[in-house]
Write a protein of this length. Structure first.
Ligand SMILES: Cc1cc2nc3c(=O)[nH]c(=O)nc-3n(C[C@H](O)[C@H](O)[C@H](O)COP(=O)(O)OP(=O)(O)OC[C@H]3O[C@@H](n4cnc5c(N)ncnc54)[C@H](O)[C@@H]3O)c2cc1C
Length: 402
């Protein structure tokens, strides 16, 4: 038997679930097909990471009615401190200077995941298929038909549109035959949580080191989420260190700005790559989130970028008569590609600039940090970029309904 929906979403991670909440509010019938069991422990999108949400992401989440439930779980970033190891110049970005309550907010993925899942449970027009996988996809002039397998049963579902948000190794992208541009950075992101001697005072730290970068993001209960980018060849050695030796090594990379690093949480690692698509849709199938673009976490922009996909998509798909209209997908694609390219290039350039040992690059880095002080517009530009003001600003990011 075929089950009919308006929109089929493959991948119920952070992007797919945020999108589902927005579509449900537009009174559309939504199906989420998620490969992992629907509980926090085994859901890879809602793992031990913490993510920095930009200021515009907060606005989008407010518009999707997610923020209200999430806000008690987030920690505001009031200031960002940028520095380089073994180099004097450093910089501050501040919410006060940008005239906003916070530059961004940090949330643990597990908390974000449980908030999204609780919201989804309340929408009667969202149907979950989990653990389930896409098996076959066929596009017709007026609909998309998919076959999925769930607990060894096959189901056929149809929708007017399909959204692929099934992550960086998206099977849907493979089935659609879209070409990926992939470049490995030869680095891993190592994440953990630490407790520090001094309070973080809502400051996020970005420190560039000899071989990568280390970010400390403020969390509740005076903890910090650490994202440490290291070279591939260092990974085994660093992962093998006992907690004490690990903290000592991390301390030497980060500095003593927060006093002694004390307690350590679980360590996880992620290989880092840059991936993008030239094409964000094919007929009635649209690709978004990590399935469409994967970037280095150095600037903390991956999910923020995915949420901007969601926001613009929501204001694109319905026409004046409240029907789903695929004619505007081309414009959606052009506008999103612009933001994606700028954001990818930005994090790419940061890595190149800060991981080069050439003395010329060292001079450029020092000059760059000094220039931010001498020319405040540069600082303002960087802060605005981090806050998510890139390319076409969606209605949701401007605080309006989609
Ligand atoms: C160390 C680290 C730190 C980061 N920090 C930040 C940050 O500070 N700020 C920020 O904005 N971003 C950050 N990011 C990026 C952010 O985590 C990602 O952009 C985000 O997780 C993308 O969400 P997604 O839903 O698109 O994909 P995913 O999180 O990969 O979710 C994909 C979902 O699809 C499901 N799935 C996979 N295959 C199938 C299939 N065949 N069928 C059905 N379902 C399937 C998966 O189970 C999963 O639930 C960071 C990333 C890393 C690695």
């Amino acid at each position: 038997m075929q089950q009919q929906f308006d929109i089929l979403i493959i991948g119920g991670g952070m992007v797919g679930c945020s999108l589902a909440c927005g579509l449900a509010q537009l009174n559309l019938r939504v199906a989420i097909i998620e490969a992992s069991p629907w509980n926090n422990e085994e859901q890879p999108s809602f793992d031990d990471r913490s993510i920095a949400l930009s200021y515009t992401s907060k606005k989008i989440l407010q518009g999707l009615n997610i923020w209200e439930a999430l806000q008690e779980k987030v920690t505001a970033i009031k200031k960002i401190h940028i520095s380089e190891k073994n180099s004097y110049p450093h910089q501050w970005l501040s919410a006060k200077q940008e005239k906003v309550p916070a530059l961004g907010y940090v949330v643990e993925n597990r908390h974000f995941g449980s908030t999204l899942q609780a919201m989804i449970a309340r929408y009667e027009n969202i149907t979950l298929f989990t653990p389930a996988k896409l098996f076959r996809l066929q596009q017709y002039p007026h609909q998309v038909t998919i076959t999925i397998t769930q607990l060894e049963q096959e189901y056929t579902l149809t929708g007017e549109l399909l959204v692929a948000s099934d992550g960086a190794v998206s099977r849907t992208v493979d089935i659609l035959g879209l070409q990926r541009q992939i470049r490995s950075y030869g680095q891993y992101a190592l994440i953990t949580n630490v407790i520090t001697e001094y309070p973080h005072n809502n400051i996020a730290y970005e420190r560039f080191t000899d071989n990568g970068s280390v970010a400390f993001l403020p969390l509740r209960d005076n903890r910090c989420a650490v994202v440490w980018s290291i070279q591939e060849h260092q990974l085994a050695e660093i992962m093998a260190l006992d907690d004490h030796a690990f903290l000592t090594t991390l301390q030497s990379q980060f500095s003593w700005r927060l006093g002694e690093l004390k307690q350590l949480g679980k360590r996880q690692r992620y290989p880092l790559q840059c991936m993008s698509l030239n094409q964000l849709y094919q007929h009635r199938c649209v690709v978004m989130g990590n399935a469409a673009h994967t970037l280095h976490p150095i600037a903390g922009q991956g999910f923020n970028l995915g949420l901007r996909d969601v926001a613009l998509f929501l204001e694109t798909i319905k026409d004046e008569d409240n029907n789903i209209n695929i004619n505007k997908l081309h414009k959606y694609e052009q506008q999103r590609l612009q933001d994606i390219q700028i954001t990818l290039q930005w994090s790419d350039q940061l890595i190149r600039l800060f991981t080069h040992h050439n003395p010329l690059f060292k001079t450029l880095r020092t000059g760059g940090l000094l220039a931010m002080e001498i020319f405040p517009p540069i600082k303002h530009f960087i802060a605005r970029h981090g806050m998510g003001y890139n390319g076409k600003i969606s209605r949701l990011a401007s605080g309006l309904a989609p």
